[in-house]
Design a protein around this ligand. Structure first.
Ligand code: ADP
Ligand code: MG
Length: 256
């Protein structure tokens, strides 16, 4: 038997909102070096799951462990510092600022001297800023935005804006990346490019990815493993092949 190392362990998580159980005793493991997709109909609890993992919500029951560290009830910035970066379902960038400045902001959690020192132009912070700018350029090149650094984010095509969001998350140098419906609103060409980028992040940067996605073609093409939520319950967990043949998944999707 082979041992698969898990980087994230979601263990019997329950989240209730007034009168509604958004997540009901959900457990699964994200293996290191993998793309793990979370799928399910609208309202299934996918974004709530991300909000629990990233510390936006604390669960009513259960624990989330990251490399063995219990994340439950830690603040979002503390979880980000531990190495979990995320993008949001709706783009959350500074539209009038350049790609470069958006990415530099993405690194602010890593800076030791912080913005106050940067404002005073202390020598140490100037060196730090140089290092950050160099790294931001590398990351922009990795996601295919090397030629777009000076352009205000709001004027970029939608697919490129999504790349900026992913790049900004990568600026945290994460050990795990959470992507919430990155292909939503993308055309077929942009979606194909995204699939390529997600694979490159896994294979070249060796960062595991937990991916919420509606586009089944994309999920089945790039995921190593798929977890299926329906009305807050985990109804299936397996390889893309197993998931596609699962009768309960077909029921949930076909509404039979
Ligand atoms: P998904 O991302 O799978 O579409 P969500 O996790 O956003 O689903 O939502 C799951 C359920 O929880 C939905 O019924 C949604 O209306 C509800 N919900 C999500 N966030 C909140 C909240 N902050 N307060 C109340 N209900 C919420
Ligand atoms: Mg959602």
């Amino acid at each position: 038997a082979t041992t698969v190392t898990s980087i994230l362990s979601v263990d019997t998580i329950t989240v209730r909102f007034a009168g509604l159980t958004a997540l009901d005793n959900v457990s699964f493991e994200v293996a290191d070096a993998s793309v793990h997709a979370v799928i399910g109909p609208n309202g299934a609890g996918k974004s709530t799951l991300f909000n629990v993992i990233s510390g936006v919500y604390s669960p009513d029951a259960g624990t989330v462990r990251f490399n063995g560290t219990d994340l439950t009830s830690r603040a979002p910035h503390a979880i980000a510092r531990l190495g979990i970066a995320r993008t949001f379902q709706n783009i959350a960038l500074l539209n009038t600022e350049s790609v470069e400045d958006n990415l530099l902001l993405g690194r602010h959690l890593l800076t030791r001297t912080g913005f106050v020192a940067a404002g005073l132009r202390l020598p140490r912070s100037r060196n730090e800023e140089r290092r950050h700018r160099a790294r931001v350029r590398e990351i922009a090149a990795f996601v295919g935005l090397a030629e777009r650094l000076d352009i205000p984010v709001g004027t970029l095509p939608y697919g490129d804006q999504k790349r900026v969001e992913i790049a900004r998350a990568l600026c945290l140098e994460p050990a795990l990346l959470l992507l919430d419906e990155p292909a939503a609103g993308m055309n077929a060409h942009e979606t194909a490019g995204l699939a390529h980028l997600v694979r490159d992040i896994r294979d070249e940067l060796e960062i595991p990815i937990l991916l919420i996605e509606h586009d089944m073609g994309l999920v089945m093409g790039i995921a190593d493993r798929v977890s299926v939520l329906d009305f807050g319950r985990l109804i299936a967990d397996g390889t893309p092949n197993q998931i596609q043949r699962d009768p309960e998944v077909q029921r949930a999707y076909l509404g039979v």
